[in-house]
Write a protein that binds this ligand. Structure first.
Ligand SMILES: Nc1ncnc2c1ncn2[C@@H]1O[C@H](COP(=O)(O)OP(=O)(O)OP(=O)(O)O)[C@@H](O)[C@H]1O
Length: 200
């Protein structure tokens, strides 16, 4: 599988954020998008996730499911954790599994994988920032999608959780997945750098 972008141009609010941007990511590989604040790291992830339209350029996927869009084969984990605060941790995951479609993994196993079993019955609104992020990471595991698009995924994670997450990313890559992550810090796994907008 190869995900590629060619000659991408991105406009936000009528202003050019970047132009002429190329990228490639292949199965088994992590790409870290780095660059200063406002360079367009989140915007690039949103272009790939089909949440924004490029002003120019193309995004193509070779070796994926030809009947599905890139977005349908991707998980997008934004820097704001998307969850329903009144639903419990387990109910949030069940909701996401239904919403995303496809054969769901066991919610209890996904919750255990991110170390949240003790909070499974708690409303998500009661979770700390790091626990919310761990619940978002559990969403990546509920339904298998080969492309992970991650915006500052390690923000709010303590060192133990960062190591757990690194293990989950390594497993994902080892099973043919690919990861593109916007990050200001180390991702915790080997990653090829895609720098946009010059030095941070
Ligand atoms: N909805 C919007 N309308 C207008 N401009 C926007 C909008 N969203 C983002 N921008 C602008 O687009 C530019 C790129 O933003 P983006 O969030 O992609 O940058 P980033 O590299 O992820 O930044 P950071 O490192 O601070 O997270 C910024 O100048 C931002 O102000």
């Amino acid at each position: 599988m190869r995900l590629s972008g060619r000659n991408l141009r991105c406009l936000r609010g009528g202003r050019e954020v970047f132009a002429g941007l190329d990228f490639d990511a292949v199965a088994g590989e992590a790409v870290a998008i780095v660059g200063p604040n406002g360079a367009g790291k989140t915007s690039l992830l949103r272009l790939i996730a089909d949440l924004l339209m490029p002003a120019e350029g193309t995004i193509t996927l070779e070796g994926g499911d030809g009947e599905m869009t890139v977005a349908e084969q991707a998980h997008y984990l934004g820097h704001r954790d998307a969850m329903k605060p009144a639903l419990t941790v387990t109910e949030n995951l069940t909701f996401w599994a239904d919403f995303l479609g496809g054969p769901p993994a066991d919610p209890a196993a996904c919750i255990a994988a991110v170390g949240l079993s003790h909070a499974a019955a708690l409303p998500a609104g009661f979770l700390s920032a790091g626990q919310r992020r761990r619940l978002s990471i559990a969403r990546l595991l509920t339904v298998r999608r080969p492309i992970w698009l991650l915006d500052e995924p390690t923000a709010a994670l303590d060192l133990v959780s960062q190591r757990v997450f690194a293990g989950l990313m390594t497993d994902h890559l080892a099973t043919g997945g690919l990861i593109i992550a916007a990050t200001h810090g180390p991702l915790g796994i080997p990653a090829r750098e895609l720098r946009i907008g010059g030095e941070a």
